[in-house]
Structures are given as C-alpha cells and as structure tokens.
Design a protein around this ligand. Structure first.
Ligand code: NDP
Ligand code: OXD
Length: 311
C-alpha cells in the first residue's frame, strides 16, 4: 500500500518515513515531489496540494488533511469530489489549541502586549487596575473539537465562558447560543471573542464591523480559525476607534503575512504565525496509520468533511 505525503516539504519526508515505520511499517511512503506512478497511490496525506494533482491518482481511496481544516484542499477546483476527506483532529490538536487560547486570553487580560512594548522603550508603567480571569467573559465562536477543548480549559482557570455554534450546543454546563438568531445576544455578553470556526461560505468575513460593533466597548479578539473570517480593515478600524481593545491573530488571508501588512506594526495587535495547533509528525503519522487501518477494514472514520455542512 502506498501513501503520498505533501506536508513539510521534501526536507520532511525522511522524518515522515521514520514515523510511519513505527506506526504502519507495511506502508510505502513517498514524497509529493517524488516521481512515482500515479496509479500506485492509495492514500494521500496533504496540506495544500497543487491544483489538479490529487485528480491524477486514479486509485486514491482517501484524502487525509494534514490539519484540522480542509479549506486548503477544497481550494483545488479539480478535487476528486467522490473521495472522502478526513480531518486531522487529535487530542494533541485540542490541547495545543486550548493552551494557545488560554495563553492569549491571559496575555490580553493582563495587557501584556503593552508591558512588552514598554520594555522596548524602557518605560516603567503601572496599570491602575488589574483584571483577573473572572472579570473577562469569553465567548467562543465554534463549539467543535477545538472550541469545546478551549472552553473547558478557560473555564477551569476561572474565565466565565459561553459559546456559539450553528446547531444545538455540546457545551455541557456552560451557556451557549445557536445560529444567526442568537448571534447578537451572544456578542452582547462577550468581553473576549474567540474565533474557532471553520472557513465556509457562511463564515467568510464574519469578523467584520457589524459583528464587532455588537461587542461591549473595550472587548478583545482572538482569531485562530482562519484568515478568511476577518475583514482586516474592519478590525483595524475597530481597534483605532477604541471599540476593540486588542487582538491576537494567528491566521491571515495571505500567509505568510506580507511584510507590508499594517497588522504587523499595529500597537493593539499580537501576531502569531499560524502556529496555534500543529501536532508533531509523530502524532500525525500515528493518527494517519489508524485512519488507513480503519479504512482498509471498512470501519467508519472519524471527522470526515461533510460537503453538505461545508465543514
Ligand atoms: P469542528 O468541525 O469540530 O467544529 C466547527 C464548529 O463551528 C462547530 O461547533 C460548528 O457548529 C461551528 N460552525 C460551523 N459553521 C458555523 C456557522 N455558520 N455558524 C455558527 N457556527 C458554525 O472544527 P474544529 O473545532 O476541529 O476546527 C475548527 C477550525 O479551527 C478548523 O476548521 C480550522 O480552520 C481551525 N484550526 C486552526 C488551527 C491553527 O493552528 N490556527 C489549527 C487547527 C484548526 P455545530 O456544532 O453546530 O456543527
Ligand atoms: C489546521 C491548521 O487546520 O493548522 O490544522 O490550521
């Protein structure tokens, strides 16, 4: 059985092979850059495949996303639509994301960006009043694997947490809101908005002026969903007007974020380079091996992209 891997570039292929030797020694692992007979490919583990390449594998059985999102795969207009796409969501992905959101929430709560900027200017500034987690109501957009894990961790630390999703919530013991009808009610009671939505037609540009203006003045934002969720100029305008206090942004419309982007130098923005949750190759090889084994046995696979829902 043969797996083709497009994740981490040619320099990563030897590590992928080493990991698969542990978790699926029978698998023949080839790199995306290698010249192989397309008819011999059974499985593909991919991040952003070149347009049309997946369609050249006539015997492909399953596409496995190297990440939790699939937007980078769906972007291919020649994608073989009859094939299932498995999303890479592991317990490690959930832990990494939850800890990213917690770290960011605490940085925003304690105004750490301002402290670090002050250090660069040798400025000793004491803030009048300190906030603690219990003072900051966190609202999480998207209550899937990552939203729920983040909600649970933040809640354990003392943040009052609520969530918003498309359908009925799975947030046990915490307030939640559903659908467009309850969106504004959700925003009105949110001091720190966290976006962990998938990129779909319905969520594109959702972090815009209309949404942000429903938050209480002085609220903050964390976006670790996708860059496509943000109207970047609307976020800058909300920060400049003081309606939004600060933002931690991990994902961007164009990645890497271009050097010319005004987001880099905005005093109210902390930028991280799309690194909120990246399980290591060992974890992803282990998960991929389990998926392939289950698929070969005809068992149902977890976290399959649903084209009807769009995520
Ligand atoms: P899931 O599919 O498990 O959950 C998605 C959640 O979003 C669900 O609660 C769903 O609602 C909700 N949702 C979808 N569409 C809408 C809508 N139109 N309105 C309201 N709610 C909506 O996804 P994951 O938690 O596994 O991942 C979420 C996203 O996180 C990924 O798609 C990816 O973009 C991003 N990500 C970012 C990473 C990073 O490093 N920055 C790493 C990994 C993922 P319902 O519960 O009703 O279905
Ligand atoms: C993912 C990501 O989708 O890293 O896993 O963004």
């Amino acid at each position: 059985m043969r797996l083709i891997v497009n994740s981490g570039g040619p320099q990563a292929i030897e590590e992928w092979r080493a990991q698969f030797r542990i978790f699926a020694p029978e698998l023949d692992v080839v790199g995306w850059h290698e010249n192989v007979d397309p008819a011999t490919i059974d499985y593909a583990l991919v991040w952003a495949p070149d347009t049309g390449r997946l369609a050249t594998f006539p015997n492909l059985k399953l596409i496995i996303s190297a990440g939790a999102g699939v937007d980078h795969i769906l972007a291919d207009p020649h994608l073989p639509r009859h094939l299932s796409i498995a999303r890479m969501v592991t317990s490690r992905t959930q832990t990494e994301m939850a800890e990213y959101v917690l770290t960011s929430a605490l940085m925003l709560t304690r105004n750490l960006k301002r402290v670090v900027d002050n250090q660069a200017r040798r400025r000793w500034e004491i803030f009048d009043s300190l906030r603690v987690a219990a003072d900051v109501r966190v609202g999480i957009m998207g209550l899937g694997h990552l939203g729920i894990a983040s909600a649970q961790l933040l809640s354990r630390v003392g943040f009052p947490v609520s969530g918003w999703s498309r359908g009925a919530s799975k947030l046990e013991g915490l307030p939640s809101y559903a659908g467009q009808a309850q969106f504004n009610d959700f925003l009105h009671q949110t001091d720190l908005l966290v976006c962990l939505l998938p990129a779909t037609d319905a969520t594109k540009g959702i972090l815009n002026t209309a949404t942000l203006s429903q938050l209480p003045r002085g609220a903050s934002l964390i976006n670790a969903g996708r860059g496509a969720h943000m109207v970047e100029q609307d976020i800058i305008n909300a920060l400049d007007s003081g309606h939004l206090h600060q933002a931690v942004l991990d994902v961007f419309e164009h990645e890497p974020l271009p050097e010319s982007s005004p987001l880099w130098t905005h005093p109210g923005i902390i930028i991280t380079p799309h690194c909120a949750a990246i399980p290591d190759r060992k974890e992803r090889a282990r998960h991929t091996a389990l998926l392939i084994e289950a698929n070969e046995c005809g068992e149902p696979l977890p976290n399959i992209y649903d084209p009807q829902r769009g995520y």
